[in-house]
Ligand binder design. Structure first.
Ligand code: 5AD
Ligand code: SF4
Length: 485
């Protein structure tokens, strides 16, 4: 019988993308996905190291799985991703029952490492210093039939002083546009109607082959792919955000009116200390130009509170920029000291109580802005791409969920006179209620427009399930690294 596997993913979309390759590589080597709830023969943790609590969570999980492994002889445990790249052999010292540790640069080696660990009866630790092959070239087992992640670059050439990513993912490597477009065309041929272009810093895409305008060109090229309905991207960096990208967004109908652009702080002196080379004024200028060109755009951001040296005045500047920017939503983080990053060595770390108090004020302000931003949508018609399992309360409320073009989460009551939409199909829904973090549409929802995405989803279902609505599944959509934790 084939050995079974399970992959648990932490952190950002790049990790979700890499996990699809981990699963694909394991399946190419003959493993099959473990049934939900069953103990797998191979448990893989794809980890994140961006904040300290991500670290703690992994070691907590590894502690828990030790007893599961003890009760299931032959089970193997593998740890990959950013935290593995950071902690390396230390993982096996802290959790001796781990069989394989692999990094961000050798996602494809997992099956070979598992095999070697089994034959040699010894933990295998393999971390590479730089990327050998783009994970995109590995076989993938995609989680969604209708939406896909496409990596355009990996790594980051910035040196934000709080961030551990550059030390774990290396310097930026760009994929060639032709290769990216060929991947998207193949995805569309498989029924995918939405892609999210991924990079640690999408605006600098092209540095490696010397084209500053490569990202805008790529967006426009995506716009020519027939059948591709929605193009998203994450994340841009305000320092490198050029106006050609705004024009490409505005002039390419399939590029969605949503922009996630990390602010991090509204204080110029903190931005300087973070080594982020833009200033609040430039950031607000970009937003102004985006709003002028794309009036319906929902702009979202990441903000860190309590960076070392942050004074009350610095924090007030962040609140001020938030008020001016009118973000649709924000992912807010308490500063987390990451050993090895320059900011971890700075004096004047902000006491936890002060950070907590500022954090509460930040969230309160953003919630009220999010709500104000959402209220005008009541009465408007929104195009919703129906998703799998995005609404926790859908079963109780008999609603389904999906994302608007601006990436807002919409819970809607399907049109009772029509067959229920399938995940991947599209409905037009009139918004009846707005909340800070979601919209509701309980009346006047169109019959579904059946899409190749819905067909592709249906093809993955056992026959009985295809008529009905989605099963609980993976989360889809934009930022999640963010969920305040
Ligand atoms: N502490 C807190 N938040 C961080 N982020 C990155 N590093 C840290 C850190 N050390 C946040 C940033 C980034 C998001 C992905 O995570 O806001 O945009
Ligand atoms: Fe980290 Fe800054 Fe690069 Fe983002 S841009 S990955 S925050 S170094």
């Amino acid at each position: 019988m084939s050995r079974t596997y399970e992959v648990r993913t932490y952190g950002c979309q790049m990790n979700v993308h890499d996990s699809e390759r981990l699963a694909g590589s394991l399946e190419a080597a003959g493993y099959v996905r473990a049934a939900g709830g069953a103990v797998p023969d191979v448990m893989v943790y794809n980890t994140c190291a961006v904040r300290e609590n991500a670290d703690n969570r992994l070691y907590g999980n590894l502690g828990h799985v030790a007893s599961v492994k003890a009760a299931n002889p032959g089970m193997q445990i593998a740890v990959g991703g950013c935290l593995a790249q950071k902690d390396r052999a230390q993982i096996v010292r802290r959790a001796p029952h781990v069989d394989v540790v692999f990094g961000t640069h050798n996602v494809g080696s997992l099956p070979a490492l598992l095999e070697r660990a089994r034959l040699e009866q010894e933990a295998q630790i393999e971390i590479l210093e730089s990327l050998e092959v783009f994970p995109s070239t590995l076989p993938a087992r995609r989680e969604s039939a209708y939406a896909a992640w496409v990596a355009i670059s990996v790594g980051c050439n910035n040196t934000c002083t709080f961030c551990i990513v550059p030390s774990l993912r290396g310097t930026e490597r760009d994929r060639r546009p032709g290769e990216i477009l060929a991947e998207i065309e193949a995805l569309v041929a498989d029924g995918v109607i939405e892609v999210t272009l991924l990079g640690q810093n999408v605006n600098s895409y092209g540095v490696e082959f010397g084209d500053r305008y490569a990202f805008a060109k790529l967006l426009r090229a995506c716009g020519t792919i027939e059948g591709l309905e929605r193009v998203r991207f994450t994340s841009p960096h305000p320092a490198h955000f050029t106006d050609d990208v705004i024009s490409a967004m505005a002039e390419t109908p399939s590029v969605m009116p949503a922009l996630h652009m990390p602010l991090q702080s509204g204080s110029d002196s903190i931005l300087r200390a973070m080594r982020r080379s833009y200033r609040a004024e430039r950031y607000l200028g970009i937003i102004e130009r985006v709003r002028a060109a794309i009036p319906d755009a929902a702009i979202t951001t990441d903000i860190i509170v309590g960076f070392p040296g942050e004074t009350e005045a610095d924090f007030a500047a962040t609140l001020e920029v938030m008020t001016q920017a009118q973000f649709a939503s924000a992912f807010t983080f308490k500063y987390s000291q990451r050993p090895g990053t320059p900011a971890a060595e700075l004096p004047r770390q902000v006491p936890a109580a002060v950070v907590g108090e500022r954090y509460a004020r930040l969230v309160q302000l953003q919630d009220s802005i999010s709500w104000e931003q959402a209220k005008p949508l009541v009465g408007r018609e929104v195009e919703v791409l129906v998703a799998v399992g995005e609404g926790r309360k859908d079963a109780a409320t008999e609603r389904m969920s999906g994302r608007g073009r601006d990436n807002r989460l919409v819970h809607f009551s399907p049109n009772p006179a029509a067959a229920p939409p399938r995940p991947g199909d599209v409905v037009i829904a009139e918004i009846t209620h707005a909340a800070p973090h979601h919209l509701i549409a309980d009346a006047r929802v169109s019959p579904p427009r059946r899409t190749p995405g819905g067909d592709a989803w249906a093809a993955t279902q056992p026959p009985a399930a295809t008529a009905g609505s989605g099963r609980a599944g993976v989360w889809l959509g934009l930022p999640r690294v963010g969920a305040a934790d």
